[in-house]
Design a protein. Structure first.
Length: 193
């Protein structure tokens, strides 16, 4: 991480103002390329990324990391409220996590994520933050997400726990719905711990 450039972190409206359609396109491609097994699936994956991003911008917030004097956006993390624990603590989903390929492994994502965690902590010190990754993506991606989650203190949780956060009871789910949840790996960071 020694070759990291001078960076700045922006949050909220200041962050969103830096995300023009061209930059969002770059981030979407960086996120989804390598995730999909075959190139033909890329447009659909990118469209789905934009849909998730739209929800984050409507219902949540983002932090972006810029480098250099011209403040080029190189990394981003977002979150939105998705549910609550059985004790009534808010559960936020962290997503839209991406660093442009040429800027990866320089600590920029950590900066974005730490800002997100700090902002959630201000809202609710007892919040739970969850992240998820699709098991059928590339194995390399799965490992990157696992390692980056663990580096940030997240721990893996079973799918039924995630389902509970969003108001679903595992026993009441259909077999098909359960299979849907089982296609993902879930991680959580408990701010109260
Ligand atoms: C995952 C991703 C956002 C990490 O971004 P990054 O800027 O390279 O991450 P950082 O340099 O800030 O690293 C943060 C921590 O994660 C770990 N990490 C990051 N990438 C890793 C990798 N490929 N393998 C293992 N560990 C990794 C780092 O060791 C670091 O821990 P440390 O601070 O204790 O050393 C980036 O690889 C990416 O955009 N990947 C494609 C999209 C993606 O997978 N998004 C996540 C979807 S949930």
């Amino acid at each position: 991480m020694s070759d990291a450039k001078k960076s700045d972190v922006f949050y909220g409206a200041d962050a969103i103002a830096r995300l023009d359609p061209k930059k969002l396109g770059e981030l979407a491609e960086a996120s989804e390329r390598g995730y999909v097994a075959d190139e033909g699936e890329l447009p659909k994956a990118i469209a789905s990324w934009h849909e998730r991003m739209r929800k984050v911008l409507e219902q949540g917030q983002v932090a972006v990391v810029t480098v250099g004097d011209d403040k080029e956006v190189v990394s981003m993390a977002g979150f939105r409220l998705i549910g609550k624990t059985s004790d009534g603590c808010p559960v936020y989903e962290a997503g839209s996590s991406v660093t442009l390929p040429e800027h990866q492994k320089k600590g920029y994502y950590r900066q974005a994520m730490e800002r997100i965690v700090a902002e959630i902590q201000k809202k609710a010190p007892n919040a739970m933050i969850v992240r998820s990754t699709w098991k059928s993506g590339s194995k390399e991606r799965e490992k990157t997400v696992k390692d980056s989650c663990e580096a940030m203190g997240f721990q893996e949780i079973p799918p039924d726990q995630y389902a509970k956060y969003i108001g679903k009871t595992w026993e009441a789910l259909s077999e098909e719905e359960r299979q849907g949840y089982l296609e993902w790996t879930y991680y959580q960071l408990d701010l109260a711990q």
